[in-house]
Design a protein around this ligand. Structure first.
Ligand code: GLA
Length: 726
């Protein structure tokens, strides 16, 4: 049993293979957090201490006991108005404008299987894999109820948390802030590891000590954003890549989020993950419910590497869905960096013929095939094929591509509208803007109000009309600007940013149900919406608009802390690179792109003959190791921001096959030798390096490592395959 309730002590214990989570209903009905971390047994309520703390109030129920204060006690779902002055998980504005919500235990239920969330993505698992604990809390004065949901995936060391806010009172209330999880630590000094970035340079890693006060990351951009990713690690100060203890929090949501890390006056630490409180006032009428998106928690005492392996398994097996969840993805060539907007049907057919010759499975026709779309200033919203530009119908084009022996995919950006479009001229009120102001433009386009069903329904119909024209096997779903004028002519303003995201999910749910065999790749100016929420619908996401191999090493490194390699769309592009001007060999570009869902993004016809042969080899190599890359355990072996080389490896489940990738980042005169240490091997097994036929003991490779070659050139890359003999 993964979930236990001790009636006498009123203690809940959630158990996974290597972790435990404990909480307690105290004498006043408050739900106190006791413990989360490595496996323990017995009650952890001895950790709670009680002292008279000046200026920390005491609940009325505590009578004259001045040692009992919500300002100090660790809690599962702290709220404003109870005497806890730290960051709150929930802020409610009541009917009378007061801001108090005093939640007490009102019941619980333990079920087999994993709960689901209405309209939202969530971890899925079958009844053997998961259990659910639902705890009901209630404020008897305002009638607000909170249903705390805990999902326990015992074998995966995963605990999920979500919350539903229910207005069971009379009159409406407004949810001003809502988190899905609060983690309180009574002791310890922690670092916060977060991923920051910008367009074309997403998910750099940042590690800062959690200090007194509050450290906040989040998004107000409508998408989860290039700037901060909705996933963090809380680590002991001495935790490294392969040792030490750390906790992960991954928010399964693609919109505005808020993560707060706070060290309080008694050196206790609180971390909250949930919905962004700005641009959000969610009013609930009597009987209405708000569901807060889920957070996936995990814990590792084997450093960041151990934590990443758990998240990769969880997201691959329990977040991603559909036919491509665990099956090989097509190697594709995308027309964007090959031709941008300057293409016609012939260009695409030629790309298909070249692709077929090289062994590429699919051609993707990117932006520019619809409406009036010769550049990015017009046409969005007019999802009618521009047959004049293509020189044929879409059906004919797809036939030609398929006849060349190649699959066909297409780019769409359903959430957007150009002012210069028939759609905008017909329905200006469908765009998100305040009629009293001029809108803020982004890429010279506006955002459609996807919180409105009629808007979604219209676009859905248009997109289906395109998809029904032929054998389209892949869609790249893009989103190329942030939300600014968050205003709806139909919806309540404080609900728009949340309802927008649910609108996107609703659309994607319908699309995946109608076209179950379609592979959808998410995209948002590259990686501006790279999150577990999108991965529920799109098993891969275009990781960045930056295709430079050296920058990509770093982007992949940051992304890999939480997200599996199968989720990372990674392409070989032309040199000099279009984003950096850097010249990197095709070999190195191939090895970097072979980290994820592999493809090309260049004009294949322009490749010299020798490079075409190299491309063929790369595809053969990728296909040989595709299962290992997308399904094996992934280990970061260096920090490409600090070290002179980037190294990462994939290990098969039986630990007998290893793929090691290395890119040298520095070269100097009279160069020193670097040694790379492997991980996750069988210590006593003998591994043969298949090229040199040299054998190494697993423990030697892990403890001493292997020397890397020194070559006089920039960014040489190496691929080593190790195989256990016998
Ligand atoms: C975004 C994407 C690119 C490409 C363009 C098309 O920037 O990230 O890959 O699809 O849009 O406009």
């Amino acid at each position: 049993m993964a979930i236990l309730f001790q009636q006498d002590e009123k203690i809940f214990t959630l158990q996974t293979k290597q972790t435990a989570y404990q909480m307690k209903i105290d004498d006043f009905g408050y739900l106190l957090h006791l413990y989360y971390g490595g496996k323990i047994s017995g009650s952890m309520d001895y950790l709670l201490t009680y002292y008279d703390r000046g200026f920390s109030g005491n609940p009325y129920d505590a009578g004259s006991d001045r040692t009992y204060s919500m300002d100090v006690l660790p809690q599962e779902y702290p709220t404003t108005g109870t005497g806890d002055y730290r960051n709150s998980a929930l802020v409610i504005r009541n009917h009378d404008e007061s801001e108090c919500c005093d939640l007490r235990y009102a019941g619980h239920e333990i079920r087999t299987g994993k709960y689901g969330l209405p309209g939202l993505p969530a971890v899925h698992a079958n009844s053997r894999e998961a259990q659910t604990l639902e705890i009901l809390l209630e404020d008897v004065v305002n009638g607000v109820r909170v249903r705390l949901l805990y999902g326990v995936l015992e074998e995966d060391d995963i605990i999920t948390r979500s919350a539903q806010i229910i207005n069971q009172g009379t009159g409406s209330v407004v949810v001003e802030k809502a988190a899905s999880v609060c983690l309180d630590f009574v002791t310890g000094d922690y670092d916060l590891v977060s991923l920051y970035g910008r367009h074309a340079m997403e998910r750099n890693m940042q590690r800062t000590p959690i200090a007194h006060g509050s450290q906040v990351i989040g998004s107000r951009r409508g998408s989860s954003s290039h700037q901060y990713n909705p996933a963090v690690i809380v680590a002991d100060g001495n935790t490294t890549e392969d040792s030490g203890s750390c906790y992960g929090m991954v928010f399964v949501y693609s919109g505005n989020f808020l993560c707060e890390a706070e060290k309080d006056q008694y050196n206790q630490t609180r971390i909250l993950m949930g919905l962004q409180s700005e641009l959000f006032h969610y009013s609930l009428k009597e009987g209405e419910i708000l569901t807060v998106p889920e957070t996936i928690l995990s814990y590792s005492d084997r450093g960041f590497g151990g934590l990443s392996v758990k998240y990769h398994h969880c997201i691959r097996d329990h977040v991603c869905r559909g036919v491509y969840q665990n099956s090989p993805r097509p190697v594709l060539v995308n027309s964007w960096e090959a031709a941008y907007f300057q293409f016609n049907g012939e260009t695409i057919c030629q790309l298909a013929k070249d692709a077929a010759e090289l062994g590429i499975d699919m051609v993707v026709m990117d932006d520019g095939w619809f409406g009036k779309r010769e550049d990015d200033n017009s046409g969005l919203g007019d999802w009618q094929v521009n047959e004049t530009k293509l020189g044929c119908s879409l059906a004919e084009l797809i036939h030609k591509v398929n006849d060349a022996g190649v699959k066909f995919g297409i780019w769409i950006e359903p959430e957007m509208v150009s002012e210069d479009s028939d759609l905008y001229r017909a329905h200006p009120d469908w765009a998100m803007l305040n009629p009293r102001r001029n809108p803020v433009r982004g890429r010279n386009q506006l955002v459609l109000d996807f919180s409105r069903k009629e808007v979604r329904d219209y676009i859905f119909e248009q997109i289906c009309c395109v998809l029904d024209q032929g054998n389209i096997e892949y869609v790249k779903w893009d989103m190329n600007r942030s939300l600014t004028d968050v205003y709806s002519t139909e919806n309540q303003q404080g609900k728009v940013s949340y309802d927008y995201v649910l609108g996107v999910y609703d659309f994607l749910e319908k699309l995946t149900a109608k076209y179950p065999h379609l592979l959808i790749e998410g995209c948002c100016g590259g990686g501006g919406r790279f999150d577990a929420g999108m991965l529920y619908y799109t098993p891969q996401i275009w990781c960045s608009d930056n295709t430079d191999a050296v920058d990509r090493l770093r982007i992949h490194y940051g992304t890999s802390f939480f997200y599996p390699m199968s989720a990372i769309g990674a392409h070989v592009s032309a040199v000099p690179n279009h984003q950096t001007g850097r010249n990197i060999s095709l070999h190195t570009r191939g090895i970097v792109a072979m980290t994820g869902a592999f493809g090309y993004e260049l004009s294949l016809g322009r490749l010299p003959k020798e490079e075409k042969e190299q491309v063929k080899d790369q595809i053969r190599q990728y296909k040989t190791y595709e299962r290992l890359i997308s399904g094996g355990d992934y280990y970061r072996l260096s920090d490409p921001f600090r070290d002179s080389y980037a190294a990462w490896m994939f290990v098969s489940e039986d630990q007998r096959t290893v793929l090691l990738h290395v890119v040298m980042l520095e070269i100097h005169g009279n160069m020193t030798v670097s040694y790379v240490k492997l991980r996750g091997l069988l210590p006593d097994a003998s591994y043969e390096e298949t090229e040199s036929k040299k054998c190494y003991q697993g423990s030697a490779l892990m403890r001493a490592g292997i020397p890397l070659p020194v070559e006089m050139k920039e960014y040489p890359a190496y691929q080593f395959i190790f195989q256990v003999k016998g």
